[in-house]
Design a protein around this ligand. Structure first.
Ligand code: FES
Length: 335
């Protein structure tokens, strides 16, 4: 157990560490390493970095100005939905445009007919859904970090290309050039699939928009966190109790302990300001009530775990949400 705000405990800083070097992989290992190589290659693209930095400089201040806006929070998904909205919406254009391919494959009508048919309706509906999906994705992108931001930008560019191709396909379809429309539609779906793969990489490999404290349960017994005398009123303290980062706070004699790793993307809450017993994450501005961890402003959609506290022999002690089973007199552990 130790206390302090050391960088070693900062997940955001950990994200910035260099990728491990990959030394001349053999053919089989190339087969299993290509996806991480792809992300590393994307990260080295100079123009992508430049574009990402430029967009960040433009959109960052806009987001900060409007981060209290409920529409912005809803675009993230936020506390009302309890999940990010973007992954759910992204299923719509993929499904609708896949439907276009199926209808085209089974279509036996004349290739030169004009106007909109069932496949055209699905194509148009997918274009509308893609617009809404892009808006939610762009909103989430503004609260991503470092390499995730650049991979996310490439994901967005692929989706933009897919949207353009689908729009061109719909135009060709309505003008009676069905063969061209089908080729453009297939290219659009291919670009969407590639973008979807990168989206999966961001979520499943990098944990973007995944609850960072979903598995935080310890310590299982009352654990000394900090000498009571070392916690002045209204001054957050970062401690580590049996490996779990915890933020302690005292106000008018009442003690609060909350998981120090922000559920949104791992910012250290102890480095953020506290106002009216609500802490603001220093990375993207999510707010959590110290008393119960409730989210009062996104982008976080999950509450922050709070820990019970007590004072024993001059020490502040904390305990996790799953205390160890008590041992009865016969020594056997009870469930
Ligand atoms: S890390 Fe994004 S709001 Fe805390």
């Amino acid at each position: 157990m130790r206390t302090g705000n050391g960088q070693a405990d900062d997940p955001a800083a950990a994200d910035q560490r260099a990728e491990p070097a990959i030394s001349s992989p053999s053919a089989p290992s190339r087969l299993v390493a290509w996806h991480s190589d792809l992300a590393a290659w994307l990260d080295r693209l100079g123009w992508l970095r430049t574009l990402s930095d430029w967009l960040t400089a433009v959109l960052g201040p806009v987001r900060e100005r409007h981060q209290d806006n409920l529409v912005v929070e809803l675009l993230h998904g936020g506390r009302w939905v309890g999940h990010p909205l973007h992954p759910a919406l992204s299923d719509l254009p993929i499904g609708l445009w896949a439907g276009v391919m199926v209808l085209d494959a089974t279509d036996r009508g004349p290739a030169s007919r004009r106007g909109i048919d069932a496949a055209g309706m699905l194509s148009a509906a997918g274009i509308l859904a893609a617009g809404a999906t892009a808006l939610t994705g762009l909103t989430d992108w503004t609260v991503s970090n470092d390499q995730d931001r650049r991979v996310g930008l490439f994901h967005g560019l692929l989706n933009t290309a897919a949207l353009g191709l689908q729009g061109a396909s719909l135009g060709m379809r309505m003008a009676g050039h069905r063969g061209t429309a089908r080729a453009l539609g297939a290219a659009s779906l291919g670009a969407t699939a590639a973008a979807g793969y990168l989206g999966g990489h961001l979520v499943f490999t990098k944990g973007v928009m995944v609850n960072r404290v979903a598995w935080a349960i310890g310590p299982r017994r009352w654990t000394r966190a900090l000498p009571e005398a070392d916690l002045p009123d209204d001054s957050p303290a970062a401690v580590v109790a049996e490996g779990r980062p915890v933020m302690l706070y005292r106000h008018h004699g009442s003690l609060y302990a909350i998981d120090n790793v922000c559920s949104h993307a791992g910012g250290l809450l102890s480095r953020g300001p506290v106002t009216d017993l609500t802490v603001t994450c220093p990375l993207h501005g999510s707010r959590f009530a110290l008393a119960d961890g409730r989210v009062s402003r996104g982008p976080a959609s999950q509450p922050q775990p709070v820990l019970p506290t007590r004072i024993r022999n001059g020490w502040i002690e904390v305990r996790g949400s799953q205390p160890a089973p008590r041992r009865p007199a016969n020594g056997r552990t009870q469930p």
